[in-house]
Design a protein around this ligand. Structure first.
Ligand code: C2E
Ligand code: CA
Ligand code: CA
Length: 680
């Protein structure tokens, strides 16, 4: 909407002033003409009146001059002076000597300013005094002057009325013309200005202007209809132009064949993604995917088949991964992908694996022929490999080109060390899948000492893997890989069975021992984990109370409801539940009341720093106190020195586990150790 402009000069006002001035001028001219004519008539009347007066006194005046009778002459003059308008009167002899005369001063009058110029101050009349017997003889003159101020009052009054009424008439006419003009012209124009101000310039045809009432068939109505038509046409034109612009924009930002963003657009997306990632301290991965030997596909088939394949490929590229991403066609057989919040290089490797798996599946052409495409992918990670979008993309492209020269590589990380590390982990993951069958896994057990009676009553089962080529792989390395690959489920099950078998075997030898099993978060999410455990217990015929489950806080915090349900069921079986690595995870402790927890395990990092770091000492004390308050058993792991043990005991920790007593050892060693320890 634009700002509304109000006219500085209004037509009606201008018209009003013009009409008023003209009407008043014309009124004044006409009035004055009338007054002028009236004045002439009044003069005539004056003259006629004076002449008549002279005629009346002619007789006695002639008599007086004839008989040279000054007395009579005086009387005549006296008689004339009864009229107040007579200013001067005289009877004279032919030689101009005066027989009788009289005068009086001019009267004061407020209308003299008007009457004097019109009628002169005073008017002079005379008559020759003749006596005709038989021929007329001239004896003298009778002269009078008349004061015009008297006797013109009437005329002035009349003139005033004439002038005033003329002006009023003109004013009324002007006002009528003004109002008619206002209602017929100015008001509708203002209404139109108002509705034009409401018109949206980007779509003027959207709202039609309303024809002011009563103007449908006059010029204003026609103007509105014409303007509306014009607006609609402008809108139509604008829409066409916008559609054309959108088409051009799409062409400039998207690849016409696949509909994917082109390089330019992709770089923009990448730039935004990097900005967010920088702020949120996240990692972003850029994959550059090249189809291997697409040239020969084009040669073997038609170009349109090639295009069709590229379209299918693009579609699969965008739908293969279940993670926020943007795919783009950089040109020819080259595509790019940006993965938001990728977490780690390792996670990127996992994603790339899934992507390649999806892309390597056959594409069915025309419902009969299947074509397989192979993809090589170059990977860069923000911020490790670069900060700028074009640098990241360029490096990913170079990496991809390089990887293509080494034909067996399906993907390659930009940084060689990351690449080989990823490759190693990936290989470990694959090897781990065969570890059970290859008999490469085994369990060691670490004793747990009950500080109250100084006896070893339990052990923790810890997994070991001897890789056929690389030897012992630490669980801190392979457990996360197994969790990522999903093989932890199978391995975890193997551990449960293994432990149950071990307990049964120990029991057969007369050794009553409780064993703690570490349960991964993924295992806890399994719908039938409690069934698995129960079956293992039944199979080996051991009581559930000999089993303890160690879960980390992360293990159940992710899905509290499900975890509560699972742990409740395990608890009901008679299994002890323990929280591993206590103190390292969540600060919220509310779960301690919701979950059926029996035991908390102070993480070894706090025990290690017991006398080194005051904070850790405080944490250890707090955990012990917490256990007492909530009636949970407290065990410390990672006890390495007598000093630590003494402190823990003194402060009320109930159990301990660590190298100070024994490293995790093979089952046969465990029994030996326990026997010697418990005897002491
Ligand atoms: P964890 O559950 O916290 O296990 C305790 C780790 O501390 C063990 O490392 C153990 O050898 C080590 N340890 C025991 N006493 C001491 C000590 O005095 N000082 C020091 N520095 N370390 C001590 P390990 O065996 O390498 O296991 C590492 C982690 O691997 C375990 O941490 C656990 O999270 C995981 N893990 C091991 N076996 C299994 C398993 O069967 N299933 C699952 N899900 N995870 C397992
Ligand atoms: Ca543990
Ligand atoms: Ca631990």
């Amino acid at each position: 909407m634009h700002e509304q402009n109000f006219p500085k000069k209004k037509i009606a006002v201008r018209l009003l002033s013009w009409v008023m001035i003209t009407a008043l001028l014309v009124g004044a001219i006409l009035g004055l003409t009338q007054v002028g004519l009236d004045a002439l008539r009044a003069q005539d009347e004056f003259d006629a009146d004076a002449n008549q007066l002279l005629q009346v006194v002619k007789q006695p005046a002639t008599q007086a001059v004839y008989s040279i009778d000054p007395e009579l002459a005086e009387q005549v003059i006296e008689g004339l002076f009864k009229r107040t308008s007579i200013r001067y009167a005289a009877i004279t002899h032919p030689d101009a000597t005066v027989l009788a005369e009289r005068n009086r001063p001019l009267t004061e009058s407020s209308s003299r300013w008007l009457s004097d110029p019109l009628f002169q101050r005073e008017r002079k009349y005379s008559i020759r005094l003749l006596k005709n017997d038989p021929d007329p003889v001239y004896y003298g003159d009778l002269v009078i002057t008349i004061d015009t101020a008297l006797g013109t009052g009437h005329f002035i009054e009349r003139s005033g009325i004439v002038l005033l009424s003329g002006l009023i008439r003109a004013a009324i006419l002007g006002a009528i013309i003004f109002f008619v003009c206002h209602f017929l012209l100015t008001r509708p124009i203002m209404m139109l200005i108002n509705s034009i101000a409401q018109v949206d310039p980007s779509n003027p045809g959207e709202k039609q202007l309303r024809i002011p009432r009563g103007h449908k068939s006059d010029e204003i109505g026609t103007w509105v209809t014409t303007t509306n038509t014009l607006f609609s046409e402008i809108s139509e034109n604008q829409q066409k132009r916008r559609a054309a612009e959108a088409r051009v924009l799409k062409l400039s930002q998207y690849d016409p064949l696949t509909g994917l963003p082109n390089r330019l657009m992709f770089t923009n997306h990448l730039e935004n993604a990097l900005e967010d990632a920088r702020r949120l301290k996240q990692k972003v991965a850029v994959f550059c995917c090249g189809i291997d030997d697409f040239k020969s596909i084009n040669e073997q088939h038609t170009y349109s088949t090639g295009d069709q394949l590229l379209q299918m490929y693009a579609e699969r590229l965008t739908s293969s991964l279940d993670t926020p991403l943007i795919a783009s066609r950089l040109g020819g057989d080259q595509f790019a992908m940006l993965i938001y919040n990728v977490g780690s290089a390792f996670k990127a490797a996992e994603l790339v694996d899934g992507l390649i798996k999806g892309l390597n599946k056959g594409f069915v052409l025309n419902e009969c022929e299947e074509v397989r495409l192979h993809t090589t992918i170059g990977i860069t990670i923000f911020p490790d490999d670069g900060e700028k979008p074009d640098k990241l993309l360029q490096k990913a492209e170079h990496t991809m080109t390089l990887a293509k020269t080494v034909s067996r590589n399906q993907y390659q990380f930009y940084v060689a060390s990351v690449d080989s590390e990823m490759r190693k982990r990936k290989q470990l993951g694959r090897d781990l899948a065969n570890a059970i069958e290859g008999n490469e896994l085994y369990l060691v057990y670490q004793p747990q000492i009950d500080y109250q009676n100084n006896l070893i009553t339990g052990v923790e089962a810890l997994l070991r893997w001897t890789h056929p080529e690389q030897g012992n792989i630490p669980p801190d390395l392979f457990i996360p890989i197994a969790e990522g690959e999903g093989s932890i489920i199978q391995i975890g099950e193997w551990v449960i069975h293994q432990v149950c078998a071990q307990i049964a075997s120990w029991r057969a030898q007369g050794n009553e021992l409780n064993v703690s099993i570490n349960l991964s978060a993924n295992q806890l999410k399994q719908p039938d984990i409690e069934v698995t455990i129960q079956q293992a217990l039944e199979k080996h015929n051991i009581p559930p109370s000999t089993i303890e489950i160690e879960v980390t806080e992360t293990g159940f915090m992710e899905n509290m409801e499900q975890a509560t349900e699972k742990l409740d069921m395990l608890k009901e079986l008679g299994i002890t539940i323990s929280v591993d690595d206590f103190g390292t995870g969540y600060s919220s402790l509310s779960y301690l009341k919701r979950l059926p927890i029996d035991k908390i395990k102070i993480d070894k990092q706090f025990v290690r720093d017991l006398f080194v770091d005051d904070d850790d000492t405080i944490i250890v004390n707090a955990i012990i106190q917490l256990g007492k308050t909530l009636r949970l058993k407290v065990i410390a792991e990672g006890v390495e020195t007598l000093e630590q043990e003494t402190y823990l005991r003194k402060n009320g920790c109930e159990m301990g586990q660590g190298y100070f007593y024994s490293k995790p050892v093979l089952p046969s060693e465990v029994i030996k150790y326990i026997k010697s320890f418990n005897r002491e």
